[in-house]
Design a protein around this ligand. Sequence first.
Ligand code: SF4
Length: 333
Amino acid sequence: MKDPLLSLRGLRVWFKVGDGLFRRKRDLRAVDGVDLELGVGEALGIVGESGCGKSTLARAILRLLPATSGQVVWLGRAIEAESVAGMRPLRRDMQIIFQDPLASLDPRLTVGEIVAEPLRVHAPQMSAAERRSAVTQMLQRVGLPADVINRYPHEFSGGQCQRIGIARAMVLRPKLLVCDEPVSALDVSIQAQIVNLLQDLKRDFGMSILFVSHNLAVVRNLCDRVIVLYLGKPVEIAPTRLLYEAPAHPYTRGLLDAVPIPDPELQPQRLGTALGGELPSPLAPPSGCVFRTRCPKAIPGCARQEPQMKTFAGLRQVACLRHGEDERPGGGG
Ligand code: SF4
């Protein structure tokens, strides 16, 4: 990839978790060694079940959570150890929208004040009239009438609140928009509208998108590539079409078997059923391949050896000891 916007090198985010009153603390490996590049204008989906480290990864990229080790490289500059002051000028180019649209908006501020807030912080040279004009334009661009600026968040539906959140994130024209389960709390018909809006904004403004979701159906419509996480580790990275038409990792196949039903409440439960078994605790991940306790293709060697990400046909990366067996002489299963 030529001059990526963002690169991750061996990124880890571990938390110390107490285990009883006198026992020593243990490491919860929320993100455990992610290597990744995100191109300028590329939309990348981050998928996996709840507890797989998707949101932690997104927050660590934005430096909202500290990295335990590894590198976050933004436009060629390592930022994982950057101070709060050092991050401030970069923040205008890295914006986020959240899962719960209403909770993410300050109820004491009008919509106009909410959307204008990033401009006050990052573009203090703008006059009040310029700010108002920029806010009004962006609200209209996300499908809201200009007269909403004097109203408060509680007066709006979930979908409208998410549009306000998107307007707030986009008013600075960021280079990267991180979307953390942005449609999970919305009705299915509204989900499609918000995804269409994000597609339109990406086309018009050319920003890169990191789209976190447990719902692969949503990711398919928006993203160019997808990274699949399991217990904080990437197990497959592939162009979206390839991943959906020919999933390579058994976990990706399990996720796709659970797709889709148009019910955001039931979808996470279906994922568990289709995959079989429970997600192991990240405090005590299985030895070898972390997916082996739920994998229909597991063999004894999977408990001894941790699979590394390998590139196949120059297109996709897969972390599975058995991937490609069929193509090898004498391979099976
Ligand atoms: S390495 Fe073994 S357990 Fe892991 S995904 Fe591959 S076959 Fe399954």
